[in-house]
Design a protein around this ligand. Structure first.
Ligand code: AMP
Length: 193
């Protein structure tokens, strides 16, 4: 079973690469950003709360997102090849909660793939996406805030997985296919071992 975490700063290409990984390795895609945006679209109570955080570039509270993710993982069929987590864990306490949850279910994280992209390139990509995405958080002010929060809260998650020996840095600059080949090489090496 493959349990992949795809991580990196906003705009690093997590969503695009997740789609390709899902197709090649037949994994279930769990994107916390997508789950939250769906709640916002449906104007659910949870969506209204989440919107307040997301539109300002802030993270939703750990307890809220951990609860959403746990329910999602537990509602999946047991005969899947594995999952790809996109946008979770974003803080060390989310990482601890995830590892605890997986351990209790006799599962474990295979690898965290950290997509590394230059900051100016991230800003350019997100501004471009903002022209068509309709996302309330794809504007310059919010993008800068998200990048700061990434440095402060999400970067330490990399060290958490480095200590577990489950960390792979991937050069996220280049074409979509080039980056996908780099990620596939890492995943394939895990399948062989
Ligand atoms: P994304 O689509 O992954 O870029 O997520 C969009 C926004 O949703 C983030 O900027 C956060 O406000 C919120 N979000 C998504 N995942 C998480 C998470 N694991 N923890 C806290 N907030 C999250």
């Amino acid at each position: 079973m493959l349990n992949i975490i795809i991580c990196g700063a906003p705009g690093c290409g997590k969503g695009t690469q997740s789609d390709l990984i899902v197709e090649k390795y037949s994994l279930n895609h769990l994107s916390t950003g997508d789950l939250l945006r769906k709640e916002i679209e449906e104007k659910s109570e949870l969506g209204l709360i989440a919107d307040n955080y997301i539109s300002k570039g802030n993270f939703v509270p750990d307890e809220m997102i951990i609860d959403i993710l746990m329910k999602k993982i537990d509602s999946q069929s047991s005969n899947i090849n594995g999952i790809i987590l996109d946008g979770f864990p974003r803080t060390v306490s989310q990482a601890e909660a995830l590892e605890d949850l997986l351990e209790k279910r006799n599962k474990k994280t295979t690898i965290l793939v950290d997509l590394q992209v230059d900051e100016q390139e991230l800003i350019n990509r997100l501004l471009k996406r903002g022209e068509t995405s309709g996302r309330s958080d794809d504007n310059l002010e919010t993008i800068k805030k998200r990048l700061e929060i990434y440095q402060e809260k999400t970067k330490p998650v990399n060290n958490f997985y480095k200590k577990l020996g489950k960390y792979a840095a991937i050069d996220g600059m280049g074409s979509v296919n080039e980056i996908f080949e780099r990620i596939s090489a890492v995943i394939d090496s895990k399948l062989e071992s």
